[in-house]
Design a protein around this ligand. Sequence first.
Ligand code: HEC
Length: 143
Amino acid sequence: MRTRLLAAVAAISVLAAASWLLGRHGWGARAAERARPESAAKEAGLNYEESNGKKLFEHYCAVCHGATGEGDGFNAYNLNPKPRNLADRNAMAAFSDQQLFDAISRGAFERGKSNLMPPWGHTLNERQIRYLVACLRTLRESK
Ligand code: HEC
């Protein structure tokens, strides 16, 4: 009788521990991860497209254009012409979204400018380039 009771208590504790672990590291944790990017984006005041674009920008563009897009990435020193200041709102207003899309996809050379601005159409898909255009529209000079 006593051993059966002990076995029952042990079994219940194992079940409880297992469901706690699953909740923490399994389904529950994955659901929390899915929820996080959106709330982080909202905190930064960016919508879904813009925040995805920002991540791509940091990964692919910031080396030359700088983290804030002002043309002062660590690689900018080596380049002539310098990477464009993408945070200059007046200058950027002269570009349509389609022109930005083409500049990113095909590179500046296709637009009669320097081939130091690489074409990204083989690396990034159309959706990612649209996200980048959305992100460029959010850039503002910090000074
Ligand atoms: C290897 C350095 C480098 C990287 C990486 C780079 N760029 Fe550029 N980018 C340049 C340079 C240099 C120019 C200026 C070209 C010119 O004026 O002739 C430029 C210009 C541009 C322009 C203006 C094009 C035009 O027609 O005037 C846009 C838009 C742009 N970059 C966006 C991006 C985006 C978005 C990324 C990331 C996907 C990126 N760049 C990555 C170097 C770079």
